[in-house]
Design a binder for this molecule. Structure first.
Ligand SMILES: Cc1cc2nc3c(=O)[nH]c(=O)nc-3n(C[C@H](O)[C@H](O)[C@H](O)COP(=O)(O)O)c2cc1C
Length: 205
């Protein structure tokens, strides 16, 4: 019995972005997924609503929203509510999240908590960021990975007077890249684990 080809692992990134800042993170997550050899697909929240069946084909889903008024944006919330029609199809898939806002805090944690609860409502397996907190000592800088010191998912910050060409900074994009890699690797491990479990009945004693 041959081991499964882990390059078959696929992750969808579903996001909303008003001015392109959160979209920049979504692209970085996709790059991180692809760097592992896994396949990635990008869906904006509007189109994802119409393609729920397609999302069920992926091994994992990564959710991204700007933080608006201390929570996910209305467009992302519309996707969340419509996803009730997925009816258990996302159970045991991996999930992770990212958010971006103007202030250093900006109540981004609330958005990540919202995304975590959302994933749990679908019975998904949440993948944390898995990075040490950056920029928290005299040796630190805004160039550090995970410069905003998040653990639940990616937090990024974009100055209100700069376009997505300039902000969020590279460190935040790299943090998002890192999450993409981590989610893909966890999804790959779960695929292999599932194969071993199923294949174990055929293993020689
Ligand atoms: C309606 C609205 C509400 C916002 N609320 C917050 C907020 O609660 N905290 C914060 O730090 N920034 C807030 N912002 C700023 C955005 O999060 C910030 O501009 C972000 O970069 C937008 O990302 P996007 O270009 O992907 O939409 C808000 C912006 C808008 C338009």
């Amino acid at each position: 019995m041959r081991a499964p080809d882990t390059s078959d692992t696929s992750i969808a990134v579903i996001f909303h972005s008003g001015q392109g800042h959160t979209a920049a993170l979504a692209h970085a997550v996709v790059s991180g997924i692809e760097a592992t050899g896994a396949k990635a697909a990008l869906f904006d929240a509007d189109s994802a609503i119409l393609r729920l069946d397609e999302l069920a084909q992926f091994d994992g889903l990564v959710f991204g929203s700007p933080t608006y008024m201390g929570s996910v944006s209305a467009k992302f919330k519309a996707f969340m509510e419509e996803s009730r029609l997925a009816r258990g199809q996302w159970r045991d898939k991996v999930a992770a999240g990212f958010t971006n806002s103007a202030s250093q805090s900006g109540d981004k944690l609330n958005t990540l908590v919202q995304l975590t609860v959302f994933a749990a409502q679908h019975g998904m397996l949440w993948v944390s960021l898995g990075l040490r907190a950056g920029n928290n000592s005299t040796q630190g800088s805004i160039d550090d990975l995970n410069r905003l010191g998040s653990f639940l998912g990616v937090m990024a910050q974009s100055n209100v007077d700069q376009s997505a060409e300039f902000t969020p900074p590279q460190s935040d994009r790299d943090t998002a890249f890192n999450l993409g890699q981590r989610v893909a690797m966890v999804a790959q491990q779960l695929r292999v684990g599932k194969y071993l479990e199923e294949g174990s009945v055929c293993m020689p004693m």
